[in-house]
Design a protein around this ligand. Structure first.
Ligand code: ACO
Length: 323
């Protein structure tokens, strides 16, 4: 028998306020048409004043726990993927732990920007396989609206706020790729590209800063690196693209999503797409897409899923799992 980290619950939370592309036309030299054509984004949600990353993460976590039929005290560890935690410290994860009423177990944040959820899943998988935790709540939560330069049309129209969560549980499998749960992970980063996508502030520079991106340069790296990491993860699991039921990609840009699927030889019918409704929610985008994909009736038990993401760092990675 082989231990596996199996998804037993999924949930998400989106802030109430929906902002259509047309709203940016009032203050910027941009258009709904440009944003749709270049990114595939039609609308995004923005957090309300005072609504924080940990508030949204906790709401998503409650929905995932409900879906799993579990209570917060059943969880051993909480991992939050975020680049927009409420405070410099403590972590968003410990805040969510407290909001859920958990007084045992452990909690920590993972910061790998848009690739954060792949990194968090890989960490949760390692904790479960090494018997340090039996049930792990893995959350992606972001308030990127708080690091937007609202005068920069090349970035502020692309991002949104939200949160998604999975409950992973240790279960015994046969040790084959037919097992449910995480089958493989592949993580990468290359700090030589740090200037392509960054926030120009932080604690040691004594400012919050704004997101800066050379979008077309990131784009150049994205399709090639995403297809390569997805294929590497599939290979590690002893599988190929032909075995994939769903690609659940990081939702940054529809053209990157289409390009990656094409490079992997898969049709768009096998891709869960939410970018039109959420924009780029960074580390929240994959768990949001998994939750919405399940709600829509796309993702079903037993389906073979590959998730892939790239973001600031550059950092990128993929996870193969059977739902
Ligand atoms: N409205 C109108 N025109 C615009 C806008 C806008 N909102 N934004 C930029 N433009 C203009 C530019 O100024 C430029 O004009 P110019 O030719 O006169 O100089 C023109 O449009 C083309 O700009 P490009 O940047 O070359 O456009 P591109 O087709 O590359 O699309 C985009 C831009 C959507 C940002 C795309 O490059 C992209 O999606 N990049 C990747 C983003 C990504 O994946 N990020 C990673 C994850 S994010 C994270 O980790 C936090």
């Amino acid at each position: 028998m082989t231990r596996r980290a199996v998804v037993v619950g999924v949930g998400h939370y989106l802030p109430e306020r929906i902002v259509p592309n047309s709203e940016f036309e009032e203050t910027l030299d941009t258009s709904d048409e440009w944003i749709r054509a270049r990114s595939g984004i039609e609308r995004r949600h923005f957090a309300a004043e005072g609504e924080t990353t940990s508030d949204m993460g906790a709401a998503a976590a409650r929905n995932a726990l409900k879906d799993a039929g579990l209570n917060a005290e059943d969880i051993d560890a909480v991992i939050v993927a975020t680049s927009t935690a409420d405070l410099t410290f403590p972590s968003a994860a410990t805040m969510i732990q407290s909001e859920l009423g958990m007084t045992s177990g452990f909690a920590f944040d993972v910061q790998a920007v848009c690739a954060g959820f792949a990194y968090a899943l890989a960490n949760a998988n390692a904790l479960i396989l090494s018997d340090q935790a039996k049930r792990v709540l893995v959350i992606g939560a972001e308030t990127f609206s708080r690091i937007m330069d609202w005068t920069d049309r090349s970035t502020c129209v692309l991002f949104g706020d939200g949160a998604g969560a999975l409950v992973l549980e240790a279960q015994e499998g046969a040790g084959t790729s037919d097992d449910r749960g995480i089958l493989s992970t592949d993580l990468n980063s290359d700090g030589r590209y740090k200037d392509l996508l960054y926030v120009d502030g932080g604690v040691s520079t004594q400012s919050t800063g704004y997101l800066r991106m050379q979008g077309n340069q990131v784009f150049r790296h994205a399709v090639e690196k995403l297809a390569a990491t997805a294929e590497k993860a599939l290979e590690k699991a002893g599988l190929t693209s032909d075995d994939v039921d769903w690609i659940v990609p990081h939702q940054a840009n529809i053209r990157i999503i289409q390009g990656t699927a094409k490079k992997m030889g898969l049709p768009m019918e096998k891709v869960v797409v939410t970018v039109q409704d959420h924009g780029n929610t960074s580390a929240a985008s994959i768990p949001l897409a998994l939750s919405v994909g399940k709600e829509r009736g796309q993702i079903k038990p037993g389906d073979l899923i590959v998730t892939e993401a790239i973001g600031g760092g550059l950092a990128w990675g993929a996870v193969v799992l059977r739902w």
